[in-house]
Design a protein around this ligand. Structure first.
Ligand code: ADP
Ligand code: MG
Length: 257
């Protein structure tokens, strides 16, 4: 990263408690603009919680979190931090797209309606413009023939591609993916990873929680290994997969590779 460039994500000693128990125990991570970072680690290590903190679905209890130079959840006045108002959280969240393991589409809306909803409601984009942009996005994820299909009429892979289009409709600066292919039948995984790969190639900044090690190896610029509420090591996939520095990373990799 060159001096003066604002990182896409700057996490410093992020702490998150649930019921008084530290779930995130000081997460440090820096992501440059345009980077694709895969977050790997055992179940329960805090990967989803960390992504949810980035997207305001959880509030952090300590440390600091910034996305493209803006504090997440707080506003800085002088050297003091103030909690954000709901309207400011909505504005910040619009910059951060998120795709979940379960596609979370609105079941009573068509693919197209799912994609136009947030731009119209949150950004007040006029309906004709929202539709034109949604059609382009659905084309881009390979669903030009399914604009008017309801989620129940789509395969899991198609639903997840609608979910990606829906997140992109807000023109986010960064996309977070939480195990986007884990709920899919194996034969549908590839079509979702292909869309993610092309997004990465177009320069989107991405954080991807995944068990798809081949994807991590091919697409990610960095892999971060998380265990027990902290990121233990971060390296290029080539180095992390072939010569992990920590025993815990080695143990995890021998189980999944
Ligand atoms: P991962 O995504 O790596 O599997 P999670 O972030 O989902 O891990 O969970 C980390 C830990 O936090 C787990 O022990 C989980 O039980 C706990 N946890 C997550 N969300 C909550 C919650 N809302 N309330 C209480 N505990 C939670
Ligand atoms: Mg998870």
């Amino acid at each position: 990263m060159t001096a003066g460039t604002i990182p896409a994500v700057e996490a410093r000693q992020v702490i998150k408690l649930f019921n008084g128990i530290e779930i995130l125990k000081g997460v440090d991570l820096t992501i440059a603009s345009g980077e694709v970072v895969c977050l790997i680690g055992p179940s329960g290590s805090g990967k989803s919680t960390f992504l949810r903190c980035l997207n305001h679905l959880e509030k952090i209890d300590g440390g600091s979190l910034q996305v493209f130079g803006e504090w997440i959840g707080y506003r800085q006045v002088g050297d003091r931090l103030h909690s954000l108002k709901e309207s400011e959280i909505v504005r910040q969240r619009a910059r951060i797209g998120m795709v979940f393991q379960r596609f979370n589409l609105f079941g009573h809306m068509t693919a197209l309606e799912n994609v136009i909803e947030a731009p119209m409601q949150v950004k007040k984009v006029p309906r004709p413009q929202a539709i034109a942009e949604a059609q382009q996005l659905l084309d881009r994820v390979g669903l030009s023939h399914r604009y008017h299909a309801y989620p129940s009429e789509l395969s899991g892979g198609q639903q997840q591609r609608v979910a990606i289009a829906r997140a992109l409709a807000m023109k986010p600066q960064i996309m977070l993916f939480d195990e986007p292919t884990s709920a899919l039948d194996p034969e549908l995984v590839g079509e979702v990873l292909d869309v993610m790969r092309s997004l990465a190639e177009e320069g989107m900044t991405m954080v991807v929680v995944t068990h798809e090690m081949a994807f991590a190896r091919e697409v990610c610029s960095k892999v971060a290994f998380m265990d027990n509420g902290a990121i233990i090591e971060t390296d290029t996939p080539q180095r992390l997969f072939s010569a992990p520095a920590h025993a815990r990373t080695r143990d995890f990799l021998t189980r999944v590779l």
